[in-house]
Design a protein around this ligand. Structure first.
Ligand SMILES: C[S@@+](CC[C@H](N)C(=O)[O-])C[C@H]1O[C@@H](n2cnc3c(N)ncnc32)[C@H](O)[C@@H]1O
Length: 430
């Protein structure tokens, strides 16, 4: 594998590739790293590589001619070669992409500086745009180091033990198990006895379990890619029981005050499916309570009967899991009553989050709200409206208004139970 790095600061690379396995791989001839000074491809006597942006604005832009010439001059015509542009706007670099890149014979990495490179370089020469994370570096050289190192690790012979990159964190959707070396005891902390047992089967099993546990606790998002046995999936269920979610979230389904089609304030009737489905979604995602808000006594009496059937009556025996979900439901006459109940339980008034299918003036995004909710600092009450949505004053009085659920199309007319399930998943999934 040959790497060709195009930079205006060639001395930057004086040391990063001079240590460890990358140094050895170069010495063994497994990889070759060539650093090219883009200035050498500039034709004017000042060796200019940047210029002011067309249309004005701050900073400088890297000129296309020297870069274009540099790429053309280093690209091998008879090899599988790939031109990478380092840019914060590119696809997020990962272990999977590094593995893919290791199959090329030549990788050319363009290091941007200033405000980046002229757009035509991207259009004419670049095969892949790569970002190493959602932050802005002062130059692509840092990203180039990351790319060369991670790709090289996948090239046979670079690591002492060829299987190693496949055991490291991220492979197969799991983080690596904890590692220990001598001494056996350090400041009173002992190495787990199984690692001293010499029993390889037990060590293997312990490591696999620790790997799953770590991934569950630190990066549960990775588990989606993991290939787990039924026993291992059960083990994760156990971990969930031992590690309940850190948040304190309640949900309210509001039947008054909401709009009808003519935008008049009304109260709607209970819908059995909404009660069942939101309770089940709520139990799945770990909410602490589900308030059914209705001011009409007859409606509350009706809901009470339904709830009795499933939580204490024949339905409870027939379907115990439904009982578990519907036990979350509490009937209240108003939103204020729900707020009072939560404040009493949590010792703190919850932050109120309104939801609506129509965009509102000041809205919060899912990621931002999720971070607040997961901090566990405050309880939250998420309001879902029935009919044509929550009354304006309810939305205006909320602490946050969540952005409407959007899919990849321009259609967003969801049932309240559909929207509630999606919103709970976006806000509360680990
Ligand atoms: C100051 S940045 C330019 C940022 C550019 N104005 C923008 O907002 O997209 C200069 C150079 O650093 C490199 N760079 C910055 N952030 C990066 C990231 N997250 N991943 C990869 N390269 C990055 C790119 O080569 C970029 O051209």
């Amino acid at each position: 594998m040959r790497f060709d790095i195009l930079t205006i600061f060639p001395r930057f690379f004086d040391s990063p590739f001079s240590y460890g396995v990358i140094k050895k791989a170069q010495e063994k001839g497994i990889i070759q790293i060539n650093i090219h000074d883009i200035r050498e491809f500039a034709e004017d006597k000042h060796k200019t590589v940047d210029d002011k942006p067309y249309g004005g604005g701050s900073g400088m832009v890297m000129k296309p001619e020297p870069l274009g010439k540099a790429i053309e001059s280093v690209r091998l015509s008879n090899a599988r070669s790939l031109v990478i542009l380092t840019t914060p706007q590119g696809e997020r670099f990962s272990d999977t992409i590094a593995n893919q890149f290791s199959n090329y014979e030549q990788i050319i990495i363009v290091c941007g500086r200033y405000e980046g490179v002229d757009e035509r370089i991207r259009e004419l020469y670049v095969d892949r745009e790569i970002s190493i994370g959602d932050y802005v570096l002062s130059g692509g050289e840092y990203a180039a180091c990351v790319i060369v190192d991670t790709v090289s690790r996948f090239i046979p012979g670079v690591l002492g033990n060829e299987a190693s990159p496949y055991h490291d964190s991220f492979r197969e959707g799991l983080l690596e198990y904890p590692q220990y070396t001598r001494p056996e005891s350090f400041k009173g902390k002992r190495v787990p006895s199984v690692l001293l047992s010499g029993n390889h089967k037990e060590i293997e099993e312990w490591r696999r379990k620790e790997s799953i546990k770590r991934t569950f606790l630190k990066r549960p998002d990775l588990l989606d890619r993991a290939n787990l046995t039924i026993e291992e999936i059960r083990f994760i269920q156990e971990l969930k029981k031992q590690n309940p979610p850190p948040f304190r979230v309640y949900v309210a389904l509001v039947h008054y005050p909401v709009y009808n089609k003519q935008f008049k304030i009304i109260s709607t009737a209970f819908t059995n499916l909404d009660i069942h489905d939101i309770a089940r979604a709520g139990r799945t995602y770990g909410i602490r309570g589900f308030f059914l808000v209705h001011p009409v006594l007859e409606q509350r009496e009706l809901a009470k009967q339904v709830l009795w059937h499933w939580t204490e009556g024949p339905g409870a025996l027939f379907n115990p899991t439904r009982k578990e979900a519907l036990k979350l439901v509490k009937l209240t006459t108003s939103l204020d009553e729900a707020l009072y109940e939560i404040t009493k339980t949590e010792g703190q008034r919850p932050r109120v989050v309104a939801t609506d299918a129509r965009p509102q003036k000041k809205m919060v995004g899912y990621q931002e709200l999720k971070e607040k909710i997961f901090s566990g600092n405050e309880p939250y009450l998420i309001l879902f409206g029935t009919g044509w949505g929550l009354a304006k004053h309810v939305i205006e009085n909320a602490d946050y208004v969540l952005k409407p659920v959007e899919g990849p199309t321009d259609y967003n007319h969801l049932s309240v139970r559909g929207a509630a399930a999606i919103i709970l998943d976006r806000l509360l999934s680990r």
